[in-house]
Write a protein that binds this ligand. Structure first.
Ligand SMILES: *[C@@H]1O[C@H](CO)[C@@H](O)[C@H](O)[C@H]1NC(C)=O
Length: 648
């Protein structure tokens, strides 16, 4: 009997781990290097990075506009201002708008849905902008643009009607920019779930087989490009995907540009990394609150970029030598730096430039001169800096006396500094898998620990021997938890509850305006589709930490407070306690637990998915009943039952 119980628990534990962890193992990450650029022995002179205004073009990226009918009405007018003041000066060939074009959130910040008025404003913005630039405007959907969109063909998919690309392209698409010196491909990655549920279960992107096939097709069709730029809304770490995954598909690309995380409230304004494939991933801060934009330049097929914000002038980008941090030998003809004859700098400004001073390793070398357009050059000999990392600084002064310093590391031998750890971590791990594993391990440990306690006929055998305070408390709590594990009327409900959260439906709700869906921690069923779990695991972790663990501790403490038991539970008696103890040590913790649970039950999910989330909400609403029932049970333990679980 005892063995059987352990075996069953063990298998449940393994099942939990397996169900959630198996797909984590992705064997195909390394060895994805692609080497596109080989040094040609006698490269023609025109390919050299010299003083000609040639083989260079640039584009602009903006992300997360969040045009809203409730908040900050300046977002759209500022885009127009940006076009008027900046795009007319920068004159990019392409503008990438990487998602969250509209906010689509209700005033209370919980509900969400597509509002035509916001899309009309976006459309109007595009029209007004087009007066000031000739760029190709490539926009894509973000999660906000897909809130409450039942399917791509639906009337609610306003992206189709009001965006620049939506008429032609419902999801991912490619655009090839052809110049006389090469072909440059831009492939968008639409990872919005389809159907697109209302917030918050839309925070992670997702790529189903069709979308993956589509991306592979775009990749195959553009394989002969000089450079391929991938762009999407979600960082790759927030896209749920099967191995070998998106990074593998994109491995020929030099960069993946995205948004979505804004600047993490200012914590990470520079979220950049380089993946194992050599591809860079550059998250861009938001337009919404920070009015950030990015200029990317391809100069002789070498990529440089600048992140700036509205109001900033002049905009200075050193394209040769390239910033060493962002070098990617496998994707760029970096040997051209070594063979170059000139330092090359692009400067965009509204007033005339007076001087462009060049410093290397803090030594003044001279002034760069203007060639044409935004290009300034300065003759140099790269071989003087042929080893290790050096630093180049450009000081630009305009005729009004305004100065701007730009400094970056460079290397001719390929040495490069490291990216910051935090952004690397955030962009390179698979966040939904991490959530899944943490959740599964928490449930696993919870179940097995309780099961182990239940198997002990006398917990005192496992007590720690020492005399220290720590050991005293550990032993006290082992005892309390053991009491819980040995009390049938408490043990089974709490075990059942955590298994329910892991496997059972959490709640039903209006995930789309006219479609009820059912949410499990492992995924969401809505409108005939299944959207795999991702964000849900983090809610699962939250629920275990804020409900299951405190509940267990509360029950265990109360049991010990209310009953005196012998070490083998042969004798259990009710303990006499004062009303004060009763109130502060059992009723009060119960009230706190219950009220907090009541608060979360009534606010978040119903706010987002309607009252069904309360009435048909076994996990959160059910936890209220469970808490109340267990509180009642505490005082009604059938004492023989306490003894009857004593197998020995
Ligand atoms: C683009 O690729 C072609 C073919 O490989 C090459 O000849 C050309 O120099 C490349 N363009 C640039 C700007 O490097």
């Amino acid at each position: 009997m005892r063995l059987l119980h352990l075996i069953v628990l063990y298998f449940v534990g393994i099942a939990v781990l397996c169900t959630f962890i198996v797909d984590l193992i992705d064997s195909r990450t390394g060895n994805d290097h692609v080497t596109k650029h080989k040094q040609s022995e006698n490269e023609k002179n025109e390919d050299k990075m010299g003083d000609k205004y040639d083989r260079v073009f640039w584009i602009v990226q903006i992300s997360d506009f969040h045009i809203s009918k409730f908040f900050d009405k300046q977002r759209a007018p500022d885009v127009v201002r940006f076009c008027k003041d900046y795009l007319s000066v920068i004159k990019p060939d392409i503008v990438l708008a990487t998602g969250d074009l509209v906010d689509a959130k209700e005033r209370n910040g919980r509900g969400s849905g597509q509002y035509r008025i916001e899309w009309e404003e976006y459309h109007k913005t595009l029209r007004e902008c087009s007066k000031f630039h000739n760029a190709r405007w490539l926009d894509i959907r973000g999660n906000h643009d897909a809130f409450d969109v039942p399917d791509l063909q639906s009337q609610q998919n306003l992206y189709r009607q009001y965006s620049a690309q939506g008429l032609e392209h419902t999801t991912s698409y490619k655009y090839v920019h052809t110049t006389k010196y090469g072909k440059y491909s831009f492939i968008s990655v639409d990872a919005c779930p389809d159907p697109g549920p209302r917030r918050p279960f839309n925070f992670f992107g997702q790529l189903n087989d069709d979308r993956v096939t589509e991306l592979q097709r775009h990749r195959d069709e553009t394989i002969d490009s000089n450079q391929t730029v991938w762009f999407g809304h979600y960082p790759t770490s927030l896209i749920v995907q099967d191995p070998p995954g998106l990074k593998h598909i994109m491995r020929q690309g030099i960069v993946y540009l995205c948004g979505h995380l804004h600047t993490l409230n200012g914590l990470m304004p520079n979220m950049y990394t380089r993946h194992k494939t050599g591809m860079l991933e550059l998250e861009l801060g938001d337009w919404k609150d920070n009015r950030i934009f990015r200029i990317l330049v391809f100069d002789h097929d070498i990529l440089s970029f600048l992140d700036a914000s509205l109001g900033e002038w002049p905009l200075v980008i050193i394209t040769n030598p390239k910033n060493a941090l962002f070098q990617s030998e496998s994707h760029e003809p970096l040997y051209r730096q070594r063979e170059s004859t000139h330092i090359r700098i692009l400067i965009f400004h509204t007033v005339k430039i007076d001087s462009v001073a060049v410093y290397i390793d803090n030594r003044f070398l001279g002034n760069a001169h203007h060639v044409e357009g935004p290009l300034y050059v300065f003759q140099w000999n790269p071989l003087s800096y042929s080893t290790a990392i050096h630093s180049i600084r450009i000081t630009v002064e305009d005729i009004e006396g305004k100065k701007k310093n730009v400094q970056q590391p460079f290397s001719i031998d390929g040495s490069r500094p490291d990216f910051l750890l935090a952004p690397r971590f955030l962009l390179m791990m698979n966040i939904s898998s991490v959530g899944k594993v943490v959740f599964a391990v928490m449930v696993f440990v919870y179940i097995l620990f309780l099961g182990f306690l239940r198997q002990c006929s006398n917990i005192r055998n496992f007590f720690f021997e020492g005399e220290s305070l720590l050991e005293y408390y550990v032993n006290r709590w082992l005892w309390k938890l053991w009491l819980t594990a040995r009390t049938n009327s408490i043990y089974y409900p709490i075990l059942g509850a955590i298994l329910y959260v892991t496997f059972g439906p959490w709640f039903a709700g209006d995930f789309l305006e006219n479609h009820t869906g059912v949410l499990f921690v492992w995924g969401l069923f809505v409108n005939g589709s299944f959207i795999p779990g991702s964000h849900t695991y983090f809610y699962g972790i939250f629920h275990v930490i804020t409900f299951h663990v405190p509940l267990l501790l509360h029950l265990s403490h109360s049991l010990d407070l209310l009953y005196i038991a012998s070490g083998n539970l042969q004798e259990v008696k009710v303990r006499r306690i004062t009303p004060f103890q009763r109130i502060t040590q059992t009723y009060l913790p119960f009230a706190i637990l219950f009220l907090f649970q009541l608060f979360t039950t009534l606010t978040e999910f119903p706010g987002a998915y309607g009252t069904k989330a309360i009435t048909l909400g076994p996990v959160r609403t059910g936890s209220l009943f469970l808490t109340a029932y267990l509180q009642y049970s505490l005082f009604h333990i059938p004492l023989q039952r306490v003894q009857s679980v004593n197998y020995s």
